[in-house]
Design a protein around this ligand. Structure first.
Ligand SMILES: [Zn+2]
Length: 352
C-alpha cells in the first residue's frame, strides 16, 4: 500500500499513538521495532493540544518527530465511548470533553477538517458506532446515518495528498453488513474499513461478520482495514479473509501491566517466578529488552515501579507484534500460514 509518507507492507499492524506518542516509546524506538505506520487519535489531539496548534507547528508528523505514514481515526469511536457525555443528531455529535468538561461539536465536515489540519496520510470518515447488541432498528439507523456521513466526509475532503477510508458498519447482522458494504463500497474511497467489531461480540460473531463483509467486497482491490483488532490469534482469522491493516492498543496497554507476548504465549512479569529468571523475555526476539536484559531485571523494574519497565515491555511487545506480522506475510508467500496460525493459537490459548 502506498501513502504520502512511503509504502506500507501488508498485512500490517499500526501501533496506536493516542496523544501523538506511542506510550513509553520514542520515534527511534518505533523505527527499531520495525513500525511502518502509526495511528493517531483525532479525539484526543483535537482537544489537546488542538489540531490548529499542531497545524501551526508543521503538522502531526513534524510535531511528533515521525516521518513515516500516519492514519488518524475520525474521533467517532472515542466520542461514542463517552456514553452519557454525548448527544447524537443527524448533523453530528455534541460531546463533553473528558479533560475539562467543555462542550464540543463533531460533524463529518469537522472530522475531515481536523484530520486535514493534522496532515494524516489516511483519514477516516466519521461513523456512528453502536453496541451490536442493541435492537436491530437502532443498529440499522446508525448504519444508515454512517452512510450519509460517509458521503458528507467525501464532499468535505480537503487535501489531495490524503487518502480517505470509508467504514462499513451494521453490527453482527449479515443483511445489514451486506447493505453497508454495497453503500460504502460504491463510494470513491481509497480504502474500506470494517468498524464495529471487537466491541464485545464473540470471536465466532466476529469471524462470521468478517466472512460476510469480505464476501460482499468480492474482488474490490482497495486496502481493507479491520479497526481495533490486535490479539495475535485474531490477525490470522482476519488475514485469512483478506484483511490488510490492523490497529489496537492491546500490545502497548498490556505491556504497561507487565504482560509480554512471546512465541510461548503471554507471560506476566509480575509473577514471582520471573524474579530469578536470567533468560530474555523471548530468546528469538531481537529487541533491546531481549538483547540486553533478563526477565529477572524487568520483573524487578515492574516491582520497583521504575519507568524503564514500561519502555522495555512496550518495546518488546511492539517489536514482537510487528515481527509476527512480518512472519505472517512471509508465511503467505511460502505456504506456512496454517502452521504459523496454529502455533500462535496454541501459544495464546495458555499463558502464565
Ligand atoms: Zn523482545
Amino acid at each position: 500500500m502506498m501513502t504520502g509518507h512511503g509504502p506500507v507492507d501488508t498485512p500490517q499492524f499500526m501501533p496506536v499513538g493516542t496523544q501523538a506518542t506511542v506510550k513509553a516509546l520514542s520515534p527511534g524506538d518505533l523505527h527499531a521495532a520495525g513500525a511502518q505506520m502509526l495511528l493517531g487519535n483525532t479525539y484526543h489531539l483535537s482537544l489537546r493540544p488542538t489540531a490548529e496548534r499542531i497545524a501551526r507547528l508543521g503538522g502531526l508528523h513534524r510535531f511528533m518527530g515521525w516521518e513515516g505514514p500516519i492514519l488518524t481515526d475520525s474521533g467517532g469511536f472515542q466520542v461514542f465511548s463517552l456514553a452519557d457525555l454525548r448527544q447524537v443528531d443527524e448533523d453530528g455529535v455534541t460531546f463533553t470533553s473528558h479533560l475539562d468538561g467543555s462542550t464540543h461539536r463533531l460533524t463529518p465536515e469537522r472530522a475531515m477538517e481536523i484530520q486535514a489540519l493534522l496532515g494524516a496520510d489516511v483519514a477516516m470518515v466519521l461513523d456512528q458506532l453502536v453496541d451490536p447488541g442493541l435492537p436491530g432498528v437502532e443498529v440499522e439507523a446508525a448504519m444508515e446515518r454512517t452512510h450519509r456521513w460517509a458521503e458528507r466526509c467525501l464532499a468535505a475532503r480537503g487535501r489531495p495528498d490524503q487518502a480517505v477510508f470509508g467504514i462499513v458498519q451494521g453490527g453482527v447482522d449479515p443483511e445489514l453488513r451486506k447493505r453497508s458494504v454495497a453503500a460504502v463500497g460504491a463510494l470513491p474511497f481509497d480504502g474500506i474499513a470494517i468498524g464495529g467489531l471487537s466491541v464485545g461480540e464473540s470471536k465466532a460473531q466476529m469471524a462470521a461478520t468478517l466472512a460476510v463483509v469480505v464476501e460482499a467486497l468480492g474482488a474490490d482491490p482497495r486496502p481493507r482495514y479491520l479497526m481495533g483488532v490486535g490479539a495475535p490469534p485474531d490477525f490470522f482469522t482476519a488475514v485469512e479473509r483478506g484483511i490488510d491493516l490492523f490497529d489496537c492498543v492491546l500490545p502497548t496497554r498490556v505491556a504497561r501491566t507487565g504482560q509480554v507476548w512471546t512465541d510461548a504465549g503471554r507471560l506476566n512479569l509480575r509473577n514471582a517466578a520471573f524474579l530469578d529468571d536470567p533468560g530474555p523475555i523471548d530468546p528469538a526476539c531481537a529487541c533491546e529488552a531481549c538483547r540486553l536484559h533478563s526477565r529477572a531485571y524487568i520483573a524487578h523494574l515492574f516491582r520497583a515501579r521504575e519507568l524503564l519497565a514500561y519502555r522495555l515491555a512496550t518495546l518488546h511487545n511492539v517489536t514482537w507484534t510487528l515481527e509476527l506480522m512480518r512472519r505472517l506475510r512471509a508465511s503467505l508467500a511460502d505456504g506456512t500460514f496454517a502452521s504459523l496460525r496454529d502455533t500462535v493459537a496454541a501459544a495464546f490459548a495458555r499463558g502464565r
